[in-house]
Write a new protein. Structure first.
Length: 480
């Protein structure tokens, strides 16, 4: 690819390529992009090792049903082939400490090989993978998955299961005390760091791995008389911040460059600003989740409640202050077919794309419930909204990028980097196909058929605008 780009630029051959001729713009000029929000210039983008601006779009990939010798067996190559076919380039892979280290000090080589096989599939289909140290309600000591039983200390406090509302189990005294011991006990701190060092040593050089999510949805212990937002900010400041800095130092002993993803408590989903402090690592990513309590309990989206606006305001303050990219690690309601859910998906995607470098919906599986697609691989109601044109990698500084769901059109404006490189586009499935046009000294290489990833080559330093439109019948665009 480097040879192709260099020869094109050296020859000054910036006319359209025969295999993918850009379509001249027709109809009125695109509307000017909206004025940036105050945080947009303060939150830096995620970048690759070539300095290109990255956009991650994808889904969580998991196997919570199988353990031991069958762990991760529900994840197949089909997951990554289908992600790629639908235009996605990102998978957040759930791994469980209790499967990795079922007995203290003894790691499962079989589990590590299963992870490696999954990463190889992702590499084959050009999907970035975030390795997520997942926990739900701490772990198997409470009937869930995550932190091993040998690392669970409750001081004899009670635990009452609530299968009708599993999230409420986080507020059981035994679960809360277990988190306190994980954060404070030196031997558990060392064990957690050793687990991450092993993963970093084993997979840090794998080309599919883009990052490590150090712990999923961490919680903690509330003090008497303390309300939930106050407790969340205290836990984030006093427990999570030092834990993340500890784990960052441990990972960096084995891997100097892979991105580290850090999460606040799930309370951020209610529009509560995080109390996290500075993460002393130059490649840290803020990775909140995007869930609403009422919608998780089965309620429809309320467009007038202002939840998305409140969440966006709360979740952008911390990364803007600390100059960290944002990638939302989980989002998406259970009841996706309720009357207002179509509007929710459109407004949620618009919001996520304003401030984040990417997101992973929950969850890529084949069936009902949270699954993105049905048994035949077809998007379930409203979830097709997540598949839209975008630029997975931009060789330059992005000035603006917008997507209009009504007209199915994407517009990217950027200033090309000073050295030759390529910008990648992703085109999701479309019965009508896509048409790509460029303005400025640039050309398009490769196919522009649905599912393809054409490339844009621009003269170094040039101002470029790329427009992608869904084609109408007879090869024309049916909307301006």
């Amino acid at each position: 690819m480097a040879v192709v780009v260099a020869s094109v630029l050296a020859a000054g051959a910036l006319a359209p390529a025969a295999s993918a001729r850009p379509v001249p713009r027709t109809g009125p000029a695109p509307a000017a992009p909206p004025a940036p929000a105050p945080y947009e210039r303060s939150i830096p983008p995620l970048t690759d090792d070539r300095g290109r601006t990255l956009t991650l779009r994808g889904w969580n990939v998991e196997d919570k049903a199988n353990r031991g010798g069958d762990a991760l067996s529900a994840i197949t190559e089909r997951h990554f082939r289908d992600l790629r076919a639908n235009g996605f380039n990102f998978a957040r892979l759930l791994v469980f400490w209790d499967d990795l280290e079922p007995t203290r000090g003894r790691y499962s080589e079989r589990y590590l090989r299963r992870i490696e096989r999954i990463l190889d599939w992702a590499r084959e289909h050009r999907v970035h993978v975030l390795i997520d140290a997942h926990q739900d309600v701490f772990g198997p000591a409470f009937g869930h998955r995550g932190i091993p039983e040998w690392a669970t200390r409750t001081d004899g406090l009670p635990f009452t299961p609530n299968p009708d509302d599993w999230f409420s189990e986080y507020f059981e005294p035994a679960v809360q005390r277990a988190f306190t011991h994980l954060y404070e006990d030196p031997d558990l701190q060392r064990a957690q760091a050793a687990m991450w060092q092993l993963l970093a040593q084993r997979f840090g050089d794998h080309p599919a791995v883009i990052g490590y999510d150090l712990i999923n949805e961490p919680m903690g212990e509330l003090r008497e008389g303390e309300d939930l937002p106050t407790a969340a900010r205290r836990i984030e400041a006093q427990h999570l911040t030092p834990m993340y800095n500890r784990l960052a130092r441990a990972v960096r002993a084995e891997d100097r460059s892979t991105w580290l993803f850090v999460e606040p408590t799930p309370i951020v989903g209610e529009g509560v600003p995080t109390g996290l402090g500075r993460i002393e690592d130059r490649r840290a990513v803020y990775a909140p989740h995007f869930y609403n309590t009422a919608m998780e309990a089965g309620a429809d989206y309320d467009p007038g409640a202002g939840w998305i606006e409140a969440y966006e305001a709360a979740v952008t303050a911390y990364p803007a202050r600390h100059r960290m990219p944002v990638v939302v690690g989980e989002w998406g309601p259970l009841n996706n077919s309720l009357p207002n859910m179509g509007r929710f998906y459109r407004e949620a995607v618009d919001s996520l794309n304003r401030y984040s470098s990417g997101w992973a919906g929950y969850v890529w599986c084949y069936g009902g419930g949270y699954c993105a697609v049905d048994e035949r691989g077809r998007f379930r109601t409203n979830k097709e909204t997540t598949a839209a044109p975008y630029a997975p990698a931009v060789a330059g500084t992005v000035r603006s990028q917008t997507y209009d769901a009504d007209t199915r059109s994407y517009r990217l404006a950027y200033r090309a980097s000073a050295r030759p490189d390529v910008t990648e586009l992703s085109l999701p499935p479309s019965a009508r196909g896509w048409r790509v046009s460029v303005t400025g000294p640039a050309r398009v290489l490769g196919r522009t058929t649905p599912g393809a990833r054409p490339l844009v080559v621009a003269r170094p330093g040039a101002a470029v605008v790329v427009t992608v439109r869904e084609a109408g019948p007879h090869g024309r665009t049916d909307r301006p």
